[in-house]
Ligand binder design. Structure first.
Ligand code: ATP
Ligand code: MG
Length: 176
């Protein structure tokens, strides 16, 4: 089965909270219609994310991590950070070209692009050649203008307030 209607390219970017969770929510919705969903998490290797456990109970929803369990430094990403991101990109390429999923979420790929971990041309080529009935979602701050131009739907989460700035660290079940 594939999407009944033509699929779009969506981008969730901006500095406010809600990009990854919006994509997860849409993944949840899609599985309810029997669609197959894949999320590839770029730059994330920590196993603490609740969604990794949650999808074990959701047939048709898979999450793959393509990152190390550490923060990537923008000024000097480690060769391993880049290698992980390129592995993620290759997995994305295979999943898109083999048309195995109806909704594919490339989580934080905009950040991976901004940090120079993956080449912009490769991502553009990949998304522009997606199967017609597949939906693609690219999340992460700092979406490059070329990605925004290539998308059909772009939502920018605007930061008005975040408890982080009141000194509240990331909370289990809410931020991870
Ligand atoms: P979420 O995963 O909660 O939907 P997000 O994907 O929009 O958030 P990211 O930019 O990926 O947020 O941020 C990574 C982590 O930082 C997440 O745990 C997120 O909840 C948290 N976060 C989001 N916005 C901010 C902010 N303005 N300041 C600090 N931390 C933030
Ligand atoms: Mg995110």
């Amino acid at each position: 089965m594939s999407l009944k209607e033509k699929g779009c390219i969506q981008v969730y970017t901006g500095n406010g909270k809600g990009k990854t969770t919006a994509a997860l929510g849409m993944g949840l919705r899609a599985t309810g219609h029997g669609y197959r969903v894949l999320m590839i998490q770029f730059m994330k290797g920590w196993k603490t994310y609740g969604e990794l456990n949650a999808v074990k109970n959701l047939p048709g929803f898979e999450i793959i991590q393509a990152g190390l369990p550490n923060f990537v430094c923008k000024d000097g990403p480690k060769p391993e950070d880049k290698a992980q991101a390129l592995i993620g990109l290759e997995k994305a390429r295979q999943a898109i070209m083999q048309n195995q999923y109806d909704l594919i979420i490339l989580d934080e790929i905009n950040v991976a692009l901004d940090y120079g971990l993956v080449p912009l041309d490769a991502v553009l080529e990949l998304i522009q050649n997606k199967p017609e009935h597949m939906e693609l979602v690219l999340t992460g701050r700092y979406a490059p203008p070329e990605i925004i131009a290539a998308a059909d739907l772009v939502t920018e989460m605007t930061l008005h307030k975040h408890p982080y700035y009141q000194g509240v660290p990331a909370r289990e079940g809410i931020e991870y």
